[in-house]
Design a protein around this ligand. Structure first.
Ligand SMILES: [Ca+2]
Ligand SMILES: [Ca+2]
Length: 274
C-alpha cells in the first residue's frame, strides 16, 4: 500500500506542471480534449490544500468521517434534472451529440433518453433497493452514481451486487452477469468501485436516509449494503481513474452538485479506509 501511495504521489508531482497549464483555463469545453490522454491525476493535488484540507493525513474511520463532512456539503438535483445533467457528465468525448453508456460502452444519442427498448435511462449504480431510497431528491438523484445505461442492460443488472463471473448478454459490451451478481466491463470496473465507495462515505444515516455500506456479500437484497468489498477494492486497483472519469468528477463539482468523489481524486483512500 505504501508503494502504491508513493507511486501515486510521484505521478501527481510529475503531472503538476501540465495540470497547472490546463487549469489556467479550466472551462468545461477545454476538458474533453484531454479525454484521450493517459490516465493522470488531473485535479487531485490542486484540491488537497483546499477542498480536502481537513482530511489530509488521516486514515481509517477518521478519514471517512472527514470526507463525509466535506462531501455532504452539496447541491441536490431533482430526478428530472438528472436527465440533462447526465447528457453533460457522460458526453461521448468523440461525439458531443451522444452519451457513453456505462456497462455496455455504447455511444448513443443524447435524445434517446427514455424507457423504451433502444433508449437509455438512469442507472443507479448503488441500486435503489439497497437502502430503499428510490428517486426522491437525495441518494436516488446523486449523479456521482447515476449513469446512462441501455434500458435492457439496466434491467439485466437490476439490483444485483457486484462480483466477478458470469456470462455475456445482448449489448453487454463485455460486462457479465450470473444469478446473484454483475461484473462490469474492464474499462469501468474501477469507476463502479469508486462510485460505490463514494456512496458509502456520503450516506452515513443522516437526513433520513439509510447508512449505506459496503460488505462481503452478494445476497444483500434490500439491505443498505453492496458487495463484494474485496472485489471492489481489486477493481479500484486494476482500473485507475482515466480522463473521462476525472472530467466527469470535475463537471459534477463545477456545474451540478459542488461536491467531489474523493476516490476519483485519491484512489488510495479506498485502502486507507477499507
Ligand atoms: Ca475506468
Ligand atoms: Ca455509510
Amino acid at each position: 500500500m505504501l508503494a502504491i501511495r508513493t507511486r501515486r504521489r510521484k505521478a501527481v508531482a510529475l503531472a503538476t506542471a501540465a495540470v497547472l497549464a490546463a487549469l489556467a483555463a479550466p472551462s468545461l469545453s477545454a476538458t474533453p480534449a484531454t479525454a484521450t490522454t493517459a490516465a493522470a491525476p488531473a485535479t487531485a493535488s490542486d484540491y488537497d490544500s483546499t477542498y480536502y484540507k481537513d482530511a489530509i493525513g488521516k486514515t481509517g474511520d477518521s478519514l471517512k468521517s472527514s470526507l463525509h463532512t466535506i462531501i455532504s456539503d452539496q447541491t441536490k438535483l431533482s430526478y428530472s434534472a438528472v436527465w440533462d445533467a447526465l447528457k453533460v457528465t457522460d458526453q461521448d468525448p468523440a461525439d458531443s451529440g451522444n452519451v457513453i453508456l456505462l456497462y455496455s460502452g455504447i455511444s448513443r444519442s443524447k435524445s434517446l433518453n427514455g424507457g423504451d427498448t433502444g433508449d437509455w435511462n438512469r442507472e443507479h449504480v448503488w441500486a435503489k433497493s439497497h437502502g430503499d431510497f428510490g428517486t426522491a431528491t437525495g441518494p436516488g438523484t446523486d449523479i456521482h452514481h447515476l449513469r446512462p445505461e441501455d434500458v435492457r442492460v439496466n434491467s439485466v443488472r437490476g439490483n444485483k451486487d457486484f462480483d466477478n463471473g458470469g456470462s455475456g448478454f445482448t449489448d453487454s459490451g463485455g460486462s457479465l452477469t450470473d444469478s446473484d451478481s454483475f461484473e462490469p466491463r474492464d474499462a469501468v470496473k474501477g469507476d463502479v468501485a469508486r462510485m460505490i465507495f463514494y456512496m458509502a462515505v456520503r450516506y452515513e444515516g443522516g437526513d433520513g436516509w439509510a447508512d449505506l455500506e459496503v460488505n462481503g456479500s452478494v445476497d444483500n437484497g434490500s439491505s443498505p449494503y453492496i458487495g463484494k468489498l474485496d472485489v471492489l477494492k481489486q477493481w479500484n486497483d486494476e482500473d485507475p481513474p482515466d480522463a473521462f472519469e476525472e472530467r466527469r468528477n470535475q463537471v459534477v463539482y463545477d456545474t451540478y452538485q459542488h461536491n467531489r468523489n474523493p476516490f476519483v481524486d485519491h484512489p488510495e483512500w479506498v485502502e486507507a479506509i477499507w
